[in-house]
Ligand binder design. Structure first.
Ligand SMILES: [Zn+2]
Length: 299
């Protein structure tokens, strides 16, 4: 049986059943196993499209090894159109189970309904030179040209009630950390777009490079590494009017947006703190005090 479809399920303490639809492609030839997740965030459609297309269209005759695909990892957030949904412990547990026996992880993310996103790939390093080199190569062969390096350093020591540092300053433990295998997280797609062209190319190219999928690898040029990030937030509640586009290069001091009240009074002029590129931007009009506006990256 070259393809298997099933639901993996867990019951929560309060009696709800959570499930992940899983497609497994068992290759005609022997080889390693990879686990691919689409939809850990349920409105990041490019990854869900690509994951489901991969299962639907891949011929087991072209596979050496096994491809395990979570076709809608956080089903609740998919069904309810919930943005930025937390991963419930039962879902995390199922995600870990799906990585059992795998040598690689690709966890597809992107922009949610209200998020514009410049495509890039997060490479999750685990401190093992050989594995980390594989993660960096997977990130490069994905083809976005930009990589963000993430490395777990234990849990932060915080005063009670203090907020956790920003995710890029203090990453949480990843699936790759848990399993001690290379993991990449492509961040591709935005604002409900179902265009999976770049995501699907990336998945296939990486699988070919790993020897799991037949076909020619398209070698990708050396990637640029995101150096500094600037996370800009609202000083107070208001309506956000961006004046730049995603991927736009901005100069230090350049205005990137305005926060106004309903009547047009300016509450905040938002400026770029450095020469940088607009990587991610909120297109939802309302912002809360301390709420996210956009982040800028330097390479
Ligand atoms: Zn996401």
């Amino acid at each position: 049986m070259p393809k298997e479809s099933r639901f993996l399920t867990r019951t929560t303490a309060d009696g709800r059943t959570l499930r992940i639809p899983v497609g497994t492609i068992i290759g005609n030839n022997a080889g390693k196993q990879v686990t691919i997740y689409g939809g850990q965030h349920g409105t990041e459609y490019a990854g869900i499209e690509a994951a489901q297309r991969l299962y639907r269209e891949t011929d087991a005759a072209d596979v050496s090894g096994t491809i395990v695909i979570a076709l809608a990892t956080n089903e609740e957030s998919l069904l309810n159109w919930t943005q930025f949904a937390p991963t419930e412990p039962e879902v995390k547990d199922m995600m870990l189970e799906l990585a059992d026996g795998s040598s690689f992880i690709i966890n597809c993310h992107g922009g949610e309904f209200t998020e514009l996103m410049h495509p890039y790939v997060i490479s999750r390093l685990i401190g093992d030179d050989e594995q980390d080199a594989i993660a960096m190569r997977m990130a490069r062969q994905f083809g976005t040209g930009i990589v963000s390096i993430s490395k777990y350093r234990g849990e932060p020591k915080l005063e009670p009630g203090a907020p956790r540092p920003a995710w890029w300053l203090w990453p949480k433990k990843s699936l790759g950390d848990e399993k001690q295998i290379p993991e990449i997280t492509p961040e591709i797609g935005e604002v409900g777009s179902r265009d999976d062209t770049m995501m699907y190319f990336g998945i296939q190219n990486v699988l070919r490079d790993l020897g799991i999928l037949a076909g020619d690898v398209v070698d990708q040029p050396e990637q640029r590494v995101i150096d500094d990030r600037f996370w800009l937030t609202a000083d107070q509640q208001g309506i956000f009017f961006p004046v730049v586009d995603i991927a736009e290069e901005v100069q230090a001091g350049q205005q990137v947006g305005i926060v106004r009240d309903y009547f047009g009074n300016t509450l905040q002029i938002v400026k770029a703190p450095a020469d940088s590129t607009v990587m991610n931007m909120n297109v939802g009009m309302p912002v809360k005090e301390g709420g996210f506006l956009l982040w800028l990256g330097t390479f």
